[in-house]
Design a protein around this ligand. Structure first.
Ligand SMILES: Cc1ncc(COP(=O)(O)O)c(C=O)c1O
Length: 441
């Protein structure tokens, strides 16, 4: 029983809020006048939210008791034994941090200085003119999701009425993030189900048709869920259209190092946009490449054409962050700063990233070989063409249901499989499940 109900008083509420007004009307029904006993919650009208399309899959997986079960829903790296992996270099950094006995005081709102420097240098290269000229506003934020949210809030506040264009399909949370921040979103063509590749002409046509000055969300590398990235030549033509239309590119970089195994290669697109003189926004995450999923480490940056604008934009991002979560967490930021700040550990990180990306490439090949062996008449080449953590199979929701109900393979309903959760030992089993599902459903 709430305090307000126990005292028989009305809950305090803000008069401006629609939800609060509904509360007020329900309150007399919820409180038994004589006994002052609350018989039903004042929040009875709140409907159950649907399970998250990605994280809900892990919850269902945990309940399954089959020994064959495979969780290929969430994009999280697993070992060949299908266990979560803490990078050795992260453990080493943590040991060094422990020895330093640092305090837990609040970080500045913009985050840890050494982390912010390392993060922007990883993305753009230490010699980037944008960094040298102080034209980058960098805010340490809550991993990729929190950074995207700060960016979306910034757009809502300072670019009101601007529409954000996102790829069709995209990572399941993008729409929530923009919508909840009050930014209207629309889709641009990206994926061609026929070729299981990029619908490049469709993409360009949609960006061309978008109102001038729109925000265009781009996956920096290893597009989620399709695993299909533009080539370097295609990035050049995308930049042409963005520049001609005055659109603001907004990169989501959640997989730097995971597409090719190289941090530099995977940062091609944002570095190229700097060369082209484009201003852009960028959200970065260390969940995947440093395995810091639960530490919530990332950054929201704006690369601008002059230093004064960068300073002002940073001040406004700080204002936004202050009212949402105030200051970012310190532990993960220190890990990043330790790893990147030591040549030896930086080298070890690159080695482990290559190992993780290499293991995924290995199981990709194993899956392809097993599919060809089972059904040589079908073209499975898309499995090898796609990059990053995922393979986007084009399976229908019904086929996905068969994967889960019959084969205990947990995946998202859009037909995406996370190969980071597959082992070589289970590749043939997965191939049988896929073949059965596409053949019979
Ligand atoms: C494309 C994309 N962006 C952003 C994220 C954000 O992840 P996090 O908030 O864990 O950094 C993810 C995670 O799966 C993603 O796939």
């Amino acid at each position: 029983m709430s305090l307000a109900a126990a005292k028989g008083t009305r809950p305090q509420q803000a008069a401006c809020c629609g939800a609060a007004r509904r509360w007020r009307r329900r309150a007399p029904v919820a409180v038994h006048a004589a006994a002052q006993v609350q018989t039903a919650s004042r929040l009875d009208a709140v409907e159950q939210a649907p399970p998250d399309p990605i994280l809900g899959v892990s919850e269902a997986f945990k309940k399954d008791t089959s020994p064959d079960k495979l969780n290929l829903g969430v994009g999280a790296y697993r070992t060949e034994e299908l266990q979560p992996y803490v990078l050795k270099v992260v453990r080493k950094a943590e040991e060094r941090m422990l020895a330093k006995d640092e305090n837990k005081e609040y970080l500045p709102i913009e985050g840890l200085a050494s982390f912010r420097q390392a993060t922007v240098e990883l993305l753009l290269g230490a010699d980037s003119p944008a960094i040298q000229e102080g034209r980058v506003a960098v805010l340490q934020s809550l991993s990729g999701t929190g950074s995207l949210r700060v960016g979306a809030e910034f757009i809502a506040k300072f670019m009101p009425g601007t529409v954000a264009y996102i790829s069709r399909p995209t990572w399941g949370n993008h729409k929530n993030i923009f919508a909840d921040a009050g930014v209207e979103w629309r889709e641009y063509s990206y994926f061609d189900p026929e070729s299981i590749g990029l619908d490049f002409e469709g993409m360009l046509a949609d960006l061309q048709a978008a109102p001038d000055g729109s925000v265009v969300l781009l996956h920096g590398c290893a597009h989620n869920p399709t695993g299909v990235d533009p080539t370097k030549e295609q990035w050049a033509r995308i930049a042409d259209v963005l520049q001609a239309k005055g659109h603001l590119p907004f990169f989501d970089v959640a997989y730097q190092g995971f597409a090719t195994g190289s941090l530099e290669e995977d940062a091609f697109a944002p570095r190229y946009f700097v060369e082209r003189g484009l201003e852009f926004a960028v959200a970065q995450s260390y969940s995947k490449n440093l395995g810091l999923y639960a530490e919530r480490v990332g950054a929201m940056s704006f690369v601008l054409s002059e230093a004064g604008a960068a300073q002002r934009v940073l001040s406004q991002m700080k204002r936004i962050a202050r009212a949402i979560y105030s200051n970012p967490p310190v532990h993960g930021a220190r890990i990043v700063a330790e790893v990147v700040g030591s040549e030896e550990m930086f080298g070890e990180w690159k080695g482990e990233m290559e190992m993780m990306a290499g293991r995924i490439k290995g199981v990709r090949q194993d899956l392809y070989d097993a599919l060809v062996e089972i059904n040589p008449d079908k073209d499975w080449s898309f499995v090898l063409k796609q990059i990053g953590m995922f393979t986007f199979t084009g399976m229908t929701p019904q086929q996905c249901d068969n994967m889960t109900n019959k084969w205990h393979v947990y995946m998202t309903k859009d037909g995406r499989l996370s190969l980071a959760g597959l082992s070589s030992a289970k590749a043939a089993y997965l191939a049988r499940a896929i073949d059965d599902s596409v053949r019979n459903y």
